[in-house]
Design a protein around this ligand. Structure first.
Ligand SMILES: [Zn+2]
Length: 484
């Protein structure tokens, strides 16, 4: 048996002005032929696992490209086409192969390609033919298209948001695919479109219980896997939205019925599963009510993980205006400030113009007198725990202190995933009364372990949470909550 593995992904915010080109992929994660070292990125974790599991079976593995770009705007056409060509070239070279396993995102949009993953899968299927099974792991924030379903054998998405189960889902996919190759099952996929758009935290009720129910149903005979596809609301493509995907062992009718039942149930829950957002004013009020810290404020609208710039200053300005002390903010993306602070060095005092540079959604820059408390070349942070922990680069980074507020400034745009985004820069997040993180939900996995309270702050920014205000051109306007 010979397996062919590859990974290509990004989550395209079609409204972002930042293009996604080769440098973004190279800076975020780009590895060839399985050279992951000890620090795989989230979307590389499945490949590392599949290689391990294949070797247990005595199967050989050919690994092609594994790359991911920090979410931003449209991927340039030439970059997508050159990565696709590289994967197809490696696949042809590896012939004959018995199985193809891919770790993709599912919401990658390139100039001229609204459905990059569907296009890639169609090319792969036309090369390997109908007899070689193709297994795909996707982020739950994918646009699950008919083209993807038609050109793969099994698709499994993450179940958890924050995405703490990438490894668990990779193992599940491997087992279904191995059974398929051995002739022990015949996967059939059924998809139900819920006709709705949303962001759903699987850490809150009733979404948590809905995921638990799905896990129970997966134990039933004939059900191989159930994926709750959340969709990515900031991708303006025709098949964006929420749905249920069921993989059965050759029981398409059963899959169709069950996906419909679950999809309708999820639609019924739509008002209860949307996050409880606070305005900045409400969040500031809560800080004064809750004496105990840390109180973590998630700056959801400026989450670089959803394609936002990561340099907005709205919440920082509110902390300064309300004279809130013993606070820490991570990470503000400002490579110019990083370069200046590096030049000055640790311990130096500077007057800096910070953040607010990328456009209206970033607010205004803030002029601050700061002390440079830490300077770290090529800093990093971690996400998740245990063997499958993944690492994310922050680039050259500095910690600044101004008027009771510590600020982490990074040079590689990325969302704040773990508390070590603070501690690696010499700031102990557990001793702070207020923490501000630029993240929509991934931060929750680790920050919920020690935060006394968490508030999701719907500040102004690039990721508008009122979907009715997003100027969609391709998304079907009958979807909830767009339908008038
Ligand atoms: Zn996601």
């Amino acid at each position: 048996m010979k397996l062919f593995l590859a990974s290509l992904g990004t989550e395209t915010n079609t409204f972002s002005p930042l293009p996604t080109g080769y440098d973004n992929f190279k800076e975020t994660y780009l590895v060839r032929a399985g050279n992951h070292g000890h620090t795989p990125f989230l979307f590389a974790v499945p490949l590392v696992l599949w290689r391990r599991q294949a070797s247990k079976h005595g199967w050989s593995v050919v690994e092609s490209l594994c790359t991911f770009a920090q979410p931003a705007g449209l991927t340039t056409r030439s970059v997508y086409e050159s990565f696709r060509a590289e994967i197809l070239r490696d696949l042809k070279k590896a012939f004959p192969v018995d199985m193809v396993l891919l770790s993709l995102h599912g919401a990658m949009v390139a100039d001229g390609y609204d459905d990059c993953e569907g296009d890639l899968l169609a090319h792969i299927k036309s090369l390997v033919g109908p007899k070689v099974p193709i297994g795909v792991e996707l982020d739950l924030h994918c646009h699950l298209t008919q083209q993807m379903i038609n050109n793969s054998t099994v698709i499994v998405t993450f179940k958890e948001y924050p995405h703490t189960d990438s490894a668990e889902r990779a193992t599940e996919l491997f087992q279904i695919m191995a059974a398929t190759c051995h002739g022990n099952c015949k996967p059939q996929m059924s998809f139900y479109d819920c006709n709705m758009i949303g962001i759903y935290h699987t850490t809150s009720e009733p979404m948590k219980s809905f995921v638990d129910e799905v896990r129970q149903l997966e134990q039933k005979k004939g059900i191989l896997s159930i994926s709750i596809v959340h969709g990515f609301p900031w991708g303006d493509v025709s098949e964006m939205g929420t749905g249920i995907l069921i993989v059965t062992d050759n029981e398409p009718k059963k899959g169709e019925n069950l996906s419909k039942i679950l999809g309708k149930k999820l639609f019924q829950l739509r008002n209860q599963i949307s996050p409880d957002y606070k305005t900045i004013d409400q969040a500031i009020k809560n800080i004064s009510i809750h004496e105990d810290g840390p109180i973590t404020l998630a700056d959801v609208a400026d989450n670089p993980g959803g394609g936002a710039p990561g340099d907005s200053t709205f919440i920082l300005k509110a902390l300064i205006d309300h004279q809130i002390k013993n606070a820490a903010v991570a990470c503000i993306w400002d490579p110019i400030v990083v370069a200046i602070a590096f030049e000055a060095g640790e311990g130096s005092k500077l007057t800096l113009r910070l953040g607010g540079k990328m456009g209206i959604s970033s607010g205004f820059p803030i002029d601050l007198e700061v002390k440079v408390t830490k300077v770290i070349p090529d800093a990093f942070q971690t996400f998740g725990s245990g063997k499958e922990q993944s690492v994310s680069r922050l680039g050259d980074s500095v910690a600044l202190h101004s008027n009771g507020i510590d600020i982490v400034v990074n040079s590689i745009r990325t969302q704040t995933l773990g508390p070590d985004a603070f501690s690696n820069l010499g700031i102990d997040p557990k001793t702070k009364q207020v923490l501000v993180v630029k993240s929509m939900q991934h931060f929750f996995a680790d920050f919920s372990q020690f935060s006394k309270s968490i508030f999701y702050v719907d500040s102004p920014g690039a990721l508008v949470s009122n979907f009715g205000k997003i100027p969609y051109k391709k998304v079907n306007q009958t979807k909830w909550p767009l339908k008038k």
